[in-house]
Structure formats: C-alpha cells, structure tokens
Ligand binder design. Structure first.
Ligand SMILES: *Cc1c(COP(=O)(O)O)cnc(C)c1O
Length: 471
C-alpha cells in the first residue's frame, strides 16, 4: 500500500465523525442535514488534498483530525448563518442602495414587529365590524402630512410610475422632455417603464433644453398626460432650460390634461441647511399638480415603497386597476410607512427620530467630536494601527442630490497590513463592517455610524490586531 492510500484509509468515516465528542455541543442546535453536509464536505476536501499530493513532502503525515473538526465547524457556521445580514455602514453614504437604503426609525421597527407577530386591522374596519381597505391606514396620514386629496402606496417608485401611467394613459400618449429620460440604478429606465405600462412615449425638446412651447406644440388628440421626471441622480448644467412645474400645471389645466411628477426622493421637510435643494412633496403638491410619485426609502427615510399622492379622481383609477393587486405592499411595509409618516407630524422632532434625517442634518462639530472620541478609544487600547482624523465629503446616495457633498469627519486607518486586506477582513466579520478605501488609506466615516456601531468597530479593530499580529 502506498502512502496516499494509507492516508486515505486513515480518514474517519462520516458516521464516526458525526459522533465525535468535540462536535456534540456544536451540533446541538443544527439540523441533521446540515451536520451531515458539513462533515461530508470537509471529508471530501481532505480527501482531495491528499489525492492532489498536497502533503507528499511530509513523511510523517497522518490526516490532521483537529483541522478536520475545525473545518466542519466553519462550514456548519456558514450554513447556519443568514444570507441577509445586518452590516455596519462606515462609508458615510446615508442612502446606500446596496446596504438597504434608509434604516428605519425605532418607532417604525416597533410597529413592524407588532404587526408581524399579531393579527391586525390590515383589511378590517373596526368601527363597522366588517371588511376594510388596506389603503386606508397610510392614506389618512399621508393626506394629513402632505395636504394631498388622496394617496396610495405600492411596492416602490418604479411600481408607482407603472400603475400611474397604466391607469391614466393606457394606449395613449404621454409627453416627456428628452432631458428627463432618466435611468435609475440599471433596471429602472423611464422609456422602458413607460413601454411596459402600455403607453406611447412622446419625447420632446433636447437633452439640455426643453421649453413650455415644446409641450404645447406636442399636445394632440391622443395626449393623455404630461410627465415631469426629477433628474434625481444627475444634473444638466450650463446652457439649459426646462419647464417649471407651475407652468406645466397651468398648461395641463388649460388643456384639461393631467400632469404627473415623478419626484424620485420624497423630501418632506426643507433641508436647505445642509445644501439639499430637492423639491419638497408639499411644495410640489401646492402647485395644484394632479399626481406625484416618490420613493419610501430615499429622503423620506421609511421602508421601500412607492407613494402616489394627488387628485382623488386619478388615485381612485389606480386603486381599482388590476395592477394594484400585483404591486400591493404587505402589512409590515404599511406598518413602517404609517409610523414614518406619523413622525413627520412634528417636522423638527423628525430630524432627530428619523435616522436618515438625523444623519443628514448632524453638525460637522458633532461628527468631529465622535471621530476624536473614537480615535481616543482606539489609542487607549494600544493597537498597531495609525489613526488620523480627516474631513470627509459624503454623498447622500440613493440617487438623491447627486452634486451635494456633506462635510463630515472620518477616521483614516493605516497600519501594518495592506489596507486592502484590512478592508476585506472588516467585511468578513460576524457583523460585517463596510468601509471605504482611498489613496492608500481606509476610511471610517462617522456620519452613518451610531454609538453602538462605533463601539463594534473599535472592538473589531482591537481584535483583528491581536489575532493578526500577536498570534
Ligand atoms: C429612485 C427613483 C425611482 C425609482 O424608485 P424606487 O423606489 O427605487 O423604485 C424612480 N424615479 C426617480 C426619479 C427616482 O429618483
């Protein structure tokens, strides 16, 4: 028998490993099929290493069973872990689409939890003791906060655009400026959504200039609506012109054609102080526009959703359209949406209680202090890293206010290992930490971190330090 065969024979059988004393405690909570899968995979991997001759140089080799056990534990942990996990967002980008956009307020989370694990009044009218409508819950509060005559919520803003166009303009023309045929995050392109809604897109004007005259000239017998789209994630600057919302509303009124505005971000309160010059929902509605559409999880700071607000005549058409059922939101979304809008009853307080607003409006001084405190905490722990406090200029993200840079503070980390490696290690923690690399340094931006997360980062950095450099 040659050495390879000898080694292969030394590998224990699956059944034996499953009974291994060292795995008993570890296996307690795990489903049997994951236990077996982990053992089988770890043994297969060991077998492959031997066959590949990885150990041939080592004369005294017998398969390392401790290593096998560790391998099984690692595999099982990974299988038991969720795929959708919380992360710490240290990028400073408040509405980071890849990291879930808006984080919800405590109140919203509380309401989601309550609604999810109990029966609710989702479609039940308590006063009458009979069937109710799921639209009612959020409609009341949205009307109150925005001043709209009517409102409904669908799955997201893309869905809102689709149902709105399908209900108002099916088989007819909708006029849009060439400067507003936007693409948002790859799969949302205005011309494509319009085609899917079954309407005919009538492009007018040019990329940089579209005048009110262009809309006037394009209106014909088959015109069903005028659509204005907020250029959320880009700006056209220089020699430009577009028709103002008020002008379009006046034109629509004169010609008896509804005007729809896809606002993108649902900014509810004036954030001019931090340079965000997005139009607010209330301002847009005050022009007398027929329908506006906006996202739930952008500047509004709520759950994913598409809010449709405006004239009752049109919203009723959407509520009774077959797509309403296709695009409807579930009770958890409604709970979070109602809670978020309710917080806007007090606009000033909302800037404290809605995380998105809080992170956008926090002062530079406060962020700087947080960076100093964190650097201090790290220095007290004697790590091998070098920490510097640097000003940062974060993007709002989520296709909102693309030209704004929010001045904040960050900690720049340099250390005994390549920052690319540190970035990777941070990303692979049990609570993954997402950081930003730039010019040979790793940045941790204070803007998107709360107290608990800053502590998680400190502990993690200290921990990496001791496992990587002190054995
Ligand atoms: C973000 C955005 C959308 C898409 O919104 P979702 O809620 O992500 O579907 C549509 N239109 C505009 C103008 C946007 O900014």
């Amino acid at each position: 028998m040659n050495r390879k065969q000898e080694m292969l024979r030394a590998i224990p059988k699956i059944d034996e490993v499953l009974e291994d004393r060292r795995l008993l405690v570890f296996f307690k909570e795990a489903p049997r099929r994951l236990q077996v899968e982990s053992v089988r995979e770890a043994i297969a991997s060991l077998r492959k290493k031997i066959l590949d001759g990885v150990y041939d140089e080592d004369e005294s080799y017998i398969p390392d069973l401790d290593l096998l056990i560790e391998g099984i534990k690692a595999r099982l942990s990974e299988k038991m872990g969720a795929s959708l996990r919380r992360t710490v967002n240290a990028t400073g980008v408040v509405l980071h689409t890849n990291l879930g956009r808006a984080r919800l307020s405590e109140e919203a989370c509380q309401r989601v939890w309550e609604t999810a694990c109990n029966y609710s009044t989702l479609e039940y009218n308590l006063k009458k003791g009979e069937r109710g409508s799921r639209h009612d819950h959020v409609e009341k509060i949205i009307k109150k906060i925005t001043g709209a005559e009517s409102a409904m919520v669908v799955n997201n803003n893309a869905a809102a655009t689709m149902i709105c166009l399908a209900a108002i303009a099916f088989n007819r023309e909708v006029i849009v400026s060439r400067g507003e045929l936007v693409e948002i995050g790859g799969s949302f392109r205005i011309p494509e959504i319009m085609a899917q809604s079954g309407i005919i897109l009538k492009e007018i004007g040019t990329t940089n200039k579209t005048k009110l005259e262009d809309y006037k000239n394009a209106i014909g017998d088959n015109t069903a609506a005028l659509l204005k789209v907020h250029t959320s994630n880009y700006r056209i600057v220089g020699f430009t012109q577009d028709a103002k919302l008020q002008e379009l509303v006046a034109l629509g009124l004169e010609k008896n054609i509804p005007v729809i505005y896809d606002m993108g971000s649902g900014l509810m309160t004036n954030l001019m102080d931090c340079g965000i010059d997005e139009p607010t929902v209330a301002d847009s509605l005050a022009t007398g526009i027929d329908v506006i559409l906006f996202s739930g999880d952008k500047l509004l700071g709520g759950p994913q959703g598409g809010i449709i607000a405006g004239k009752k005549e049109y919203i009723e058409k959407m509520k009774s359209h077959p797509l309403a059922r296709v695009l409807r939101v579930d009770k958890m979304t409604l709970a979070a949406m109602e809670a978020t809008f309710t917080q806007y009853l007090d606009m000033e307080k909302a800037k404290e209680t809605i995380p998105v607003l809080k992170m956008l409006t926090v002062s530079y001084e406060k962020l700087l202090q947080q960076a100093k405190d964190m650097a201090e905490a790290l220095k007290n722990r004697e790590t091998s890293w070098e920490f510097q406090i640097e000003d940062s200029f974060a993007k709002v993200g989520g296709g909102s206010a693309p030209t704004i840079e929010l001045k904040g503070a960050s900690i720049a980390v340099k250390g005994p290992m390549a920052v690319e490696k540190l970035e990777r290690i941070l990303r692979k923690q049990s609570i993954p930490i997402i950081s930003r690399l730039s010019k040979g340094k790793l940045y941790l931006d204070m803007r998107t971190l709360n107290q608990e997360e800053r502590e998680v980062i400190v502990e993690t950095l200290v921990n990496i330090d001791s496992t990587e450099f002190k054995g």
